[in-house]
Design a protein around this ligand. Structure first.
Ligand code: PHE
Ligand code: ZN
Length: 882
């Protein structure tokens, strides 16, 4: 753990480095408890500035020796502490440092730096892990060329990997050890460094790039798991091809490697030429992975691959610019998935994710701009705002400028900044230059936190045949930002005529409309459309062109109309969601007040129409029939939330829907029964998604026949998607079939940790009072371990995030359990603990009793002695008044 006080780092304090590193030669001798690291750095003073001390970062390091230009440096000429190495008066010229440190990978439970995942040696250096390996100017604007020699016992680590291309390997004479040397010709920041050593099996393939360069592709996994790499490899090749066609980006080394490890703090890491993955996002077979798993594997493999250009070739000047690589790369992986699968379905899924995670973050005490200006712990800024809202901001650039200018702007960015550590300003400037546009106001998307709210009022003048749209925007206050300036909001709009056809958007008065997009720049604006022959229904923010909360004066009839006729599939889905949300919010209030719930026959009919519309893609229908989640309803309510009432309202509506559509649901369920072997493609997955959505609504009636259908599907399934779907819908009902299926599931898959994780998550997410005790006792199950990040996320994090009802138990027991776990985990893995404690961030939205419990729980964390900076930062911000 870092010994220094965590003091805030500010964007405004950025200074270019005094010293640059030209080359790094690392020689790492792997040993379970004492790995020796020799680093040879060639450094030179940057610019023509005055002589400056040489200050290198460290974290828990132990210096063995230090030489300057080959000569041992006298002890009075430097100071070495675990977290810093300072040479106060180095010669002001190019120089060479030889630094020797010894580190203990087995004791590294933080999973940052060099650590062991099972028996595998691996590294994780983003954001500040390299300083746990050797002393170094550990900041992304110091880019160097790395050569890495790794040495290990041949039997313990037959495979030795590092960034770049392999250049040498062999025996260490007179020993049982061997070595490998890797050279990466591309200058890179230290956070992209990686090495791996261990007993790994590999799957190999080849890829010929657009300029006919042959690249070797390798995925390394635990021996025996090779057959589960097929889909990841296929995804990789499709991603490589797509980046060539969509962005003209080609791969640049002779080899591209992925290593899957079983203990990893995040999803995956884009180390140059050597991506390291949480094995959850590599391993898949029809029997072990669900369609959702396949989809995530495809997206994450692509995401990490795309970083090779957006992140690695062009990296970030400093960590405030994190969205420069993450937001842009998420945008790129979303576009890839949209092209590989269904664009409409992808967009809906992405927006659901954005609302569930980012909107919630943006509305609470942890809200921060896409580009923050201050942090105490950078690891706490790998957030939905930086990633998902960051992607939305890039998408808006495309919407505003059009696809042609967008692509040219990207091309300019790649050519202008290749090999550099860039800023958000430099990125946006490329688009301004290409389009001749002034993007100054647009930059507010990077600096203002909070979700803009837009109120739209449409009115039709039958006499003048005009349609007038009044728009008003406002942005709520967020921590440190009490008042905001108006933003540039690109609103894609359409006017839908009575027969369901698009009306032409003619002669607008009040602003310009290009490619169907109105651009809002002022607090209030009006647009007048002329020649509108009949009263239209306005379809606004089509495709979710801007990440805003929109409320429009659309009646229930208008929404049903849009759900059935809008040419924009996103807004068809949105119309149903809006209708359902209105009902669920009302019914939550009714349950709280002890009143009867209202019904909405129009909504039920709209669902019926959608279910039976054979022209719609099954995957779309599945999403359309899925009610807003409990967290979405809570967010919509916004204050004094009672999660039990939200749950009641939603459960009741699911039941009503299941009853009302019983016949058509069962028909669809039968009609969609797949024949033939499982295939993971989007169309097959979409049919399974719809079939399983039908099953879920059938079971929501709690009828015996429906439960039997689910139990039969569980038993008969020949793939994990259908088996899990049956089990998870059964798990919502307290029936004997549930216990039997859960027991059976564990027996079948006890040897497979990634599948046992699904079993843990299912049990953690059952919405009943007994769940908390079940989760507590599962922490003692032999399948569980606090030392493995995936286990902790599967059981405990899932309980906090995906079980709104039981996590928010009225007695506060859920919060106490999370806090106990956070305090237990923090000393060994602060990043994991910080993510877990963030589950309490929205405590202010709750009704007073739960609010008090949650606040007390957070205060208990704050009061604990010796918290990590990671957890301390989250609880301080979560509790702060603003
Ligand atoms: N940069 C990784 C990504 O692709 C995320 C990550 C961050 C992984 C920090 C590990 C540590 O998004
Ligand atoms: Zn990323």
């Amino acid at each position: 753990m870092r010994t220094e006080e965590a003091r805030p780092v500010r964007l405004e304090d950025y200074r270019p480095p005094d010293w640059l590193v030209e080359t790094v030669e690392l020689d790492v001798s792997l040993d379970a408890t004492a790995s020796r690291v020799r680093a040879t750095l060639t450094l030179r003073p940057s610019g023509s500035g005055a002589p400056a001390p040489l200050v290198l970062d460290g974290d828990a390091l132990n210096l063995r020796s230090l030489k300057l230009d080959g000569v041992a440096l006298p002890p009075d000429q430097f100071v070495a502490t675990p977290d810093r190495l300072t040479i106060a008066q180095p010669p002001h010229r190019r120089l060479r440092l030889d630094i020797e440190t010894v580190i203990d990978p087995s004791a590294n439970t933080q999973l940052s730096g060099l650590y062991r995942s099972g028996a595998i040696y691996c590294t994780q250096c983003e954001a500040e892990g390299f300083r746990r390996i050797t002393y170094f100017p550990d900041r992304p604007d110091v880019m160097a060329v790395y050569t890495t020699r790794i040495e290990a016992e041949r039997t313990e680590a037959p495979v030795l990997l590092a960034n770049g291309n392999p250049v040498a390997s062999g025996e260490v004479p007179g020993t049982t050890r061997h070595f490998a040397v890797w050279h990466d010709p591309f200058p890179k920041p230290s956070y992209l460094f990686a090495l791996v050593g261990g007993e790994l099996a590999c799957v190999e393939d080849r890829f010929r790039t657009m300029s006919e360069h042959e690249v070797t592709l390798r995925i390394y996994v635990e021996p025996g798991k090779e057959r589960r790499c097929v889909y990841a490899m296929d995804s990789l090749k499709r991603a490589m091809r797509w980046d060539e066609t969509a962005f003209g980006r080609e791969y640049d080394l002779d080899i591209f490697m992925i290593v899957a490890v079983s203990n990893f703090n995040m999803g995956a890491m884009e180390n140059k030429g050597l991506n390291i993955f949480n094995d959850k996002y590599i391993l898949a077979s029809p029997e072990t992975a669900t369609d959702a798993d396949f989809e995530r594997i495809e997206a994450i493999v692509a995401h990490e691959y795309f970083h090779n250009w957006t992140g690695n070739r062009i990296t970030c000047r400093d960590w405030f610019q994190l969205c420069l690589k993450e937001g842009l790369t998420v945008f790129r992986d979303q576009e890839f998935s949209a092209d590989q699968r269904s664009r409409a379905v992808e967009r809906i899924a992405d927006v659901r994710g954005l609302r569930t995670h980012q909107f919630v973050e943006d509305a609470g005490p942890l809200a921060h701009p896409v580009r923050p200006v201050v942090y105490r712990e950078i690891n706490n800024f790998y957030t939905a705002t930086v990633y998902e809202k960051g992607a939305e901001v890039v998408r808006m650039l495309k919407v505003l400028l059009g696809p042609g200018h967008f692509r040219k702007g990207m091309d300019l960015y790649f050519s202008r900044h290749d090999g550099e550590a860039a800023t958000v300003e430099q990125f946006v400037q490329c688009f301004a230059d290409i389009a001749g546009a002034n993007l100054t106001q647009f930059m507010l998307w990077y600096s203002q936190a909070g979700t803009p709210e837009v109120v739209a009022t449409g009115s039709y003048d039958a006499g003048a045949k005009t349609f007038r749209l009044d728009l008003a925007q406002s942005i709520p206050a967020t921590p440190g930002q009490p008042s905001k300036a108006p933003m540039v909001i690109p609103l894609a709009v359409g006017l839908v005529g009575r027969d369901g056809h698009e009306l032409p958007l003619k002669s607008i008065d009040g602003g310009t409309i290009e490619r169907g997009v109105l651009t809002l720049t002022k607090p209030t604006e009006s647009f007048l459309f002329a020649g509108v022959a009949q009263p239209p229904v306005a379809s606004l923010n089509r495709g979710f062109s801007a990440p805003i909360k929109l409320s429009a004066n659309l009646s229930a009839d208008d929404l049903r109309f849009l759900a059935a006729h809008d040419a924009d599939p996103f807004n068809r889905w949105q119309a149903l969601q809006t209708l359902a949300t209105r009902l669920l919010v009302d019914n939550t209030a009714a349950f709280q007040a002890g009143r009867a719930a209202r019904t909405d026959p129009g909504l039920l009919d709209a669902f019926h129409v959608t279910l039976n519309d054979g022209r719609l893609e099954p995957a779309f229908v599945a999403l359309a029939l899925t009610l807003p989640g409990e967290a979405d309803i809570a967010r919509e309510i916004g204050r004094d939330v009672d999660p039990d009432a939200v749950f009641e309202a939603r459960t009741a509506l699911r039941g009503v829907l299941g009853e009302h559509l019983a016949g058509p649901l069962f028909d669809q369920y039968r009609r969609l029964s797949e024949s033939g072997p499982y295939r993971p493609d989007a169309a097959s997955a979409g049919r399974r998604a719809l079939r399983n959505t039908c099953l879920d609504l059938m079971v929501a009636t709690r009828r015996g026949e429906a439960i039997s259908v689910a139990a039969r599907q569980y038993q008969a399934a020949d793939n994990m998607t259908d088996r899990m779907a049956a089990l998870s819908t059964l798990s919502l009902c307290d029936v004997p079939e549930r216990a039997a299926a859960l027991a059976d599931f564990y027996t079948r898959y006890a040897d497979d940790p990634l599948i046992v994780d699904k079993w843990l998550t299912l049990q953690a997410t059952i919405p009943e009072l007994a769940t908390l005790d079940r989760v507590k006792s599962l922490t003692a199950h032999r399948a569980f371990s606090f030392a493995n990040a995936n286990r902790v996320r599967a059981l405990i994090h899932a309980f906090a995030l995906a079980n709104q009802k039981e996590f928010n138990r009225a007695d506060g027991g859920g919060y106490d359990f999370i806090v106990d776990t956070v305090l237990a985990i923090d000393p060994r893995n602060p990043q994991l603990a910080a993510r877990l404690v963030s589950a309490l961030k929205n405590w202010r939205m709750l009704e007073p009793m739960r609010r008090a419990h949650a606040q007390a729980a957070l205060r208990r964390v704050a009061a604990a002695p010796s918290l990590s900076p990671d957890v301390d930062d989250i609880v301080q911000r979560a509790l702060a008044q603003h």
